[in-house]
Design a protein around this ligand. Structure first.
Ligand code: TNX
Length: 549
């Protein structure tokens, strides 16, 4: 028996691990310590293996049926076997994969699970559907990587090694942000990315739906947001027009999600235990909305989705009541579309110059006793915060929203600071510092061999070395750090292929930072597991960047 106390032992044994084991029903062969990404909390490799054959079935509690179906579908694809689902009451034959709830609570939380493989059966236990789902994700990674093939693979032995696994996440917020404003991805492309998140046990998809260069969500009361705001004449960003397929039938560049498409994606994500946090940018980064409805700006426009050098020029007027009415209408519809707890309202990089020059904004400042435009910005956010809160949702915004009088439920998303201060003040925080989490940065110092990217450098090893807890926080404040996320700003990513190239494998490293115990982080072992993991990504058609720099 090989006891892998993930962490201490891995640190001692280092890189390539290969153990010759006799295995009951299995032939003698080299058994590798499973290459699971993110690495589970505790794995104990044993002799023997379980084999999926034409007689294998999945036994499920009723509550886990959806997860059972998803597992069966994946196993059927690759093996070509029938893999029927049976309920617990039916007597299990031999060769069963059992998905069940433990009789006693596991103490592993809603996302934790245990997995036990013996020569006769596989048992995944979770106190809640999420944990059980993660157990099945781990199980898939115990098979040869060919299990991720979408067509039947012949001549393959479908074995998983005997072991017990106990696992649970380190952080509750394990996220990925996708900017679909700079470049639009179609619903099927978004779903493929959501599938890839689930494979890595990520649970939060932050969907950046609006920005200066495009408005991407249908709002029934304001049709021009998508008729006008979802399109531009050109691809922009100095990119080749052929680098994207997001063109409308009239040749305009862009696109948007209908409300039906949004609901479908929300359901798709939910089935994979991923919540969606929609972002509607305000008061800045709003040129696309103002191109459609210039009356909500200070000057009355015109504004445009076309690229100018002053990309952040769009800002809503803080003096007009109609602006707040418009934004509250929009947010009401957005809250109706997304059942989750959080509504992201942006709040970053607000250009305050227009407010300085606007008589209405100056009037508002006088009326409200605000000393400067910075205080006007806080006022703007506070009004929206109060509105979101009154609808039973929690507001989340970028670093810039941090101030001393946020509502206790409000969450700060730290990209340029403010997280530690917010956590000390008792607000929840999501960490996404540029230095470690910006997946739009270059992956190599040799830029000549890389496609154009945002200016800075973020290699895989640096993502892997990220520590989400800001240093020096007392433990009550540490508990306020919900987790972290990677950000895909898409100025230079005009296709899903390019998004995948920038996201992977750096997102694999970030997933491990967020899921696995800090003590189990071990770069050489990650690199070893990544080699196997990349074979999975290959089968899934994920176009990751090769090489470790
Ligand atoms: C800053 S990060 C932005 C984005 C850009 C990104 C480029 C943040 C909250 N705002 O609008 O896309 O830099 O790296």
């Amino acid at each position: 028996m090989v006891n892998v106390k993930v962490g201490a032992v891995l640190a001692a044994i280092g890189g390539a691990i290969s153990l010759s084991l006799f295995a009951g029903a299995c032939l003698q062969r080299n058994v590798e310590i499973p290459a699971i990404v993110p690495v589970p909390q505790h794995v104990q490799l044993q002799k023997g293996c379980f084999r999926v054959d034409p007689g294998t079935s999945i036994v499920v509690d009723r509550v886990f049926k959806a997860t059972g179906e998803m597992l069966a579908a994946q196993l059927r694809n690759a093996t070509g076997y029938a893999i029927p689902l049976r309920s617990e009451s039916e007597t299990a034959t031999t060769s069963a994969i059992i998905l069940t709830s433990p009789s006693a609570t596991l103490g592993l939380g809603a996302e934790g699970y245990t997995l036990e493989v013996t020569p006769e059966s596989v048992t995944v236990r979770g106190a809640a559907p999420a944990g059980l789902f993660y157990g099945t994700q781990t199980l898939l990674q115990l098979f040869p990587p060919q299990i991720f093939t979408q067509e039947t693979v012949t001549g393959q032995r479908w074995t998983v090694p005997c072991l017990p696994i106990t696992d649970q996440p380190r952080f509750a917020w394990r996220g990925l942000m996708l900017d679909v404003s700079r470049h639009f991805l179609k619903p099927a492309e978004v779903k493929k990315l959501i599938d890839a998140m689930a494979l890595h046990k990520l649970n939060t998809f932050h969907w950046h739906l609006t920005d200066d260069q495009g408005w991407r969500v249908e709002i029934k009361k304001y049709p021009r947001l998508t008729e006008v705001g979802a399109w531009r004449k050109r691809i922009g960003f100095n990119l080749d027009p052929k680098a994207s397929s997001a063109y409308g039938s009239d040749g305009r560049y862009g696109g948007y999600y209908t409300q039906a498409e949004v609901r479908d994606i929300v359901r798709y994500a939910e089935a994979r235990h991923i919540r969606i946090v929609p972002e509607i940018e305000l008061p800045g980064h709003s040129s696309a909305a103002l191109a459609a409805y210039p009356q909500y700006s200070c000057s009355g426009g015109p504004y445009s989705t076309e690229m100018t050098e002053s990309v952040s020029a769009g800002v809503y007027c803080a003096g007009k009541e109609e602006t707040f009415q418009f934004l509250c209408d929009v947010l009401s519809q957005v809250m109706g579309l997304f059942p989750g707890e959080f509504i992201h309202i942006g709040g970053d990089e607000v250009p305050r110059q227009n407010w300085h020059n606007c008589p209405r904004c100056q009037g508002r400042m006088k009326e409200e006793g605000l000393a400067n435009e910075h205080q006007l910005e806080d006022y703007f956010i506070r009004r929206i915060e109060t509105f979101v809160h009154s609808h039973g949702k929690r507001l989340i915004g970028w670093s810039e929203i941090q101030n001393d009088h946020l509502l206790p439920e409000t969450v700060v998303m730290d990209w340029i600071g403010g997280g530690a201060e917010a956590a000390r003040a008792g607000n929840d925080v999501v960490m996404t510092p540029e230095d470690f989490c910006y997946l739009d940065f270059y992956q190599s110092l040799d830029r000549s061999s890389e496609p154009a990217a945002a200016g800075a450098y973020l290699p895989l090893a640096k993502v892997y070395a990220f520590e989400p807890l800001p240093p020096g926080l007392p433990s009550e404040a540490q508990a306020r750090v919900l987790g972290a996320q990677g950000n895909l700003w898409t100025e230079y990513m005009s296709s899903l292929a390019q998004v995948e190239y920038m996201a992977f494998p750096r997102l694999c490293a970030l997933a491990e930072v967020l899921w696995s115990p800090k003590t189990s982080r071990h770069w050489p072992d990650f690199v070893r597991r990544l080699q196997v993991h990349e074979q999975r990504l290959d089968r899934l058609g994920i176009r990751y960047r090769r090489g470790n720099e």
